[in-house]
Ligand binder design. Structure first.
Ligand code: WT7
Length: 664
């Protein structure tokens, strides 16, 4: 496994980044109007609760867990921590789907919209809490009839349609562990994920709509399944109604299975630590990591953070544009929002279909109040032009959110002015698949915002910026971002790979085996605000998609023409980072444009089209150390077209650099 580069190595290349983030000096104070109605009324209240949450975490979390979760059996102990293994709310039992659905029945929320769905073609469906409960109950019966229950894995490969949420909640209801696979993944990637977790059931759709075209989901599953012996059945939602192949004895239409079943399903109680889902994410090796989250702690993290950071009110209509296949969709479309009894707006398609004003048009038409999106989307909106925004009122919006990568001061300002009309606070939320819920973010109405900074830690988050040895660095200095205490929604392990779990997250600082290393670089300013620099490991953030360089390299390594490949990121105005891959070819193979195109397509096939390299550079050789390690730092500098600076004394063959620079 590759070692994280030293801080110096990293900061050499991202100095620019660090200074540019701190250039924006303006502070945006909450408006009195927002503050008056905020769920957490004052800075003093934030400070008091935060201090309690980190100084007396057990008292704090005991109270929160009691207030926010519907328990079937009360827990006996708040935390059992033997790094890297945390157990939260030991001895307690609950049902997560009951916490998202049944708790609202018999209350004023029963007939409130849980989901307002709009398909890309314009079809709209509203599903109330009571109706959602019915859907989930029926599907839970279907699962049980198929022999899917506690601990079984279910792979969900669906478009952004209500059935995706129903399927997740039905898994939670019967204690099955879901793994949602983003619809942009290729059959190859679907196969790997299904096989890694040995899923018994797959849930997909005939297709989904994207930019006016059909995404062929079922046919992708058809390609994957012959190599997935664990799968016993495949449930198929009819969405696009185009012709697909159904395999006898394996494939079942959702609407057929669903028909006529009982409308009520008595949810069983599961242990606090019972696994809720696996979500695959990229790490620094070729194999994705199966991040495992458990029930009570995860749910509490998602619920509490949604309540305070989105300042949720009974009347909100909340729109998160992230796909359900990413952690944002899990925590801030499904679990955090439904457990709070909120109305979630779900949109199936692309933001520029039929025109680049689709979001703004929907926000007006559905009176949406909160928008949570990603900087990469904001940059696209900026590029499409203000006119698409100015055609719409957007006066229903009251809060905006950002997630996935650092938001530049420029994008922040645009978002604030053009979308929020200067009226809506922006919550820039820093977190990860592994943290399960938001770790650093402003409390709207309370925390003064500095564009580009995710501001201050959320409740229960003990986080700092340290140097190589684990010593806290002075304010204004860059370092590694670490979380020094366990938190309820933290990942519990990597599926089937406990050694990698420890190695990847709890081994960066040998003196502190109980510190979680985030993989991010950051600095704190004089006010203690956190400024995230970005990943300092070999993980790229391309349009908000997390892609491991090693994953791309290992995909290319399996191509017959490729001798060696090294993937690096280069700053990109639109995507945040663009993917550049340096490739050396096997003897006798000619470098042609056609081959470059073939290699790009090959990565698309192996991983998914979102991972296709932006640029492939073919080189006679890659720069290496004498011990044979590829010097990525040098490749990064070449990728941005810059001079090669810094220490090259370990480089084995200097002529390689000149050759690489002349190659485009
Ligand atoms: C990585 C985690 C958490 C949901 C989306 C991504 C980067 C995330 C921010 C932010 C700066 C951010 C970090 C982090 N990141 N949010 N507000 N400011 N950087 O989840 O795929 O697990 O990626 O995304 O580098 O480590 P993910």
């Amino acid at each position: 496994m590759r070692k994280t580069p030293t801080l110096d190595q990293h900061l050499n290349v991202s100095d620019k980044n660090i200074t540019s983030v701190s250039r924006e000096k303006r502070v945006f104070k909450p408006t009195a109007e927002f503050q008056r109605q905020a769920n957490l009324g004052s800075m003093a209240a934030y400070k008091k609760l935060h201090a309690e949450s980190v100084n007396a975490p057990e008292t704090f979390w005991k109270r929160m867990a009691t207030e926010h979760i519907v328990w079937r059996k009360p827990f006996k102990k708040v935390l059992q921590w033997k790094a890297p293994q945390a157990k939260w709310f030991v001895g307690g039992a609950l049902n997560v789907s009951e916490n998202c659905l049944d708790r609202h029945l018999g209350t004023a929320r029963e007939n409130k919209a849980a989901i307002i769905f709009e398909g890309e073609p314009g079809d709209v469906r509203t599903i109330t809490y009571k109706q959602l409960h019915l859907h989930v109950c029926r599907l839970a019966h279907v699962f049980e009839n198929l022999g899917v229950g506690k601990g079984d894995r279910v792979a969900i490969y669906l478009p952004m349609i209500p059935e995706a949420m129903i399927a997740m909640l039905a898994c939670a209801r019967v204690g099955a562990i879901h793994t949602v696979i983003f619809g942009g993944f290729s059959p190859e990637a679907v196969k790997d994920r299904i096989n890694d977790c040995q899923a018994k059931l797959v849930i997909t759709a005939d297709g989904g709509w994207r930019r006016g075209k059909i995404i062929e989901l079922k046919s992708a599953v058809d390609k994957a399944l012959p190599a997935c012996p664990s799968v016993q059945a495949c449930l198929v939602v009819k969405r696009t109604a185009h012709e697909i192949k159904m395999t006898e004895g394996r494939d079942i239409w959702w609407h057929d299975a669903w028909k006529g079943g009982p409308n009520f399903h008595k949810a069983k109680a599961f242990d606090s630590e019972h696994p809720l889902f696996i979500l695959y994410t990229s790490g620094s090796t070729g194999k994705p990591k199966g991040v495992l989250h458990s029930s009570a702690g995860y749910l509490l993290g998602a619920k509490l953070s949604s309540h305070y950071i989105f300042d949720l009110k009974e009347t909100d209509r909340y729109f998160c544009s992230a796909d359900i296949g990413w952690i944002t969709g899990h925590s801030y479309v499904v679990y955090g929002l439904l457990s709070n009894g909120s109305t979630v707006f779900l949109y199936e398609g692309a933001p520029n279909q039929p025109e680049p004003d689709r979001f703004w048009e929907m926000i007006d038409r559905h009176s949406l109040t909160i928008l949570y999106t990603a900087p990469t989307a904001i940059r696209a909106f900026m590029r499409w032009g203000d006119n698409y925004v100015l055609k719409h009122r957007l006066d229903s919006l009251r809060l905006l959110g950002s997630v996935g990568e650092p938001i530049s001061a420029e994008a922040w300002q645009w978002y604030h002015k053009m979308i929020g009309k200067g009226r809506c606070p922006i919550v820039d939320t820093w977190w990860q698949t592994e943290t399960g819920s938001i770790m650093i973010a402003p409390i709207p109405g309370v925390t003064p915002c500095k564009p580009g900074s995710a501001t201050l830690p959320f409740f229960g988050v003990s986080i700092k910026v340290v140097d190589e040895s684990g010593k806290e660095v002075p304010r204004g200095t860059g370092g590694k971002l670490v979380i020094t205490k366990p938190w309820p929604s933290m990942l519990r392990t990597l599926w089937n790979d406990a050694p990698r779990f420890k190695q990847a997250y709890f081994s960066e600082f040998p003196k502190h085996p109980d510190w979680y290393f985030t993989g991010d670089g950051a600095q704190q300013d004089k006010d203690g605000y956190f400024w995230i620099v970005g990943r300092i490991d070999d993980v790229l953030n391309i349009s908000g998609h997390r892609i491991g360089t090693a994953e791309v390299e290992s995909a290319l390594g399996s191509h017959p023409a490729v001798a060696e490949a090294a993937a690096v990121g280069k700053p990109d105005e639109l995507k945040g980072q663009a993917l550049v891959v340096f490739v050396s070819l096997k003897n006798g193979i000619q470098a042609t444009d056609e081959l470059k195109e073939q290699l790009r397509a090959y990565v698309g096939k192996e991983i998914g089209s979102f991972a296709k390299p932006d640029q492939i550079r073919i080189a006679a050789a890659l720069p290496k150390t004498r011990s044979g390690k590829i010097m990525r730092r040098i490749l990064k500098q070449i990728a941005v077209g810059g001079e090669v600076k810094g220490d090259t004394s370990t480089l084995e063959d200097f002529s390689v650099i000149a050759a690489l620079q002349s190659e485009d």
